[in-house]
Design a binder for this molecule. Structure first.
Ligand SMILES: [Zn+2]
Length: 155
């Protein structure tokens, strides 16, 4: 079986539905309504793995930096942050020793080099110390990788 596709430019993305007046971005009223949807297919690394789920439960869904947990209608929410990122070019492993439980704010700051963690678990670029559960063996080499490639690298 052969799949064929045709690329077609949609007006929605052409910029014709937007205008800038007096330094203010606004919609033309005629464009109000439901957003148009485009069916896409992406290939991405599955991040909600058994390892990350076990770690979230170990920390009772609390951030290892600020110790907050986020209550939602779907239950408690926390994110699994890979210290040495998954995927190219970092190719970090999806193992518990390479994962931190972080709230969304600290996850973003960590991923973009806003702060990092020393060998003695002191936070660098953030006040305080990383909380680490006694059953959570962190990989020192992953922390060193983060310091060298995410924090010291600059953005
Ligand atoms: Zn946090």
């Amino acid at each position: 079986m052969v799949w064929r596709f045709r690329l077609r430019k949609l007006d929605y993305f052409s910029g014709a539905n937007f205008e800038i007046q007096d330094n203010e971005l606004s919609d033309r009223e005629s464009t109000y309504g439901s957003p148009k949807r485009v069916l896409t297919q992406v290939s991405r690394i599955i991040r909600d793995t058994v390892a990350s789920r076990k770690l979230k439960e170990l920390y009772s869904y609390e951030c290892q930096v600020c110790r907050t947990s986020i209550q939602t209608n779907a239950g408690l929410y926390i994110e699994a942050a890979h210290i040495q990122p998954l995927g190219t070019p970092h190719n970090g492993p999806d193992v518990i020793s390479n994962i931190l439980c972080l709230c969304p704010n600290h996850h973003v700051r960590f991923d973009y080099g806003g702060f990092t963690v020393s060998d003695t678990l002191e936070l660098i670029g953030e006040k305080g110390r990383l909380f680490v559960h006694p059953k959570h063996a962190l990989g020192q080499s992953f922390l060193a990788y983060h310091r060298a490639h995410r924090y010291d690298a600059g953005w």
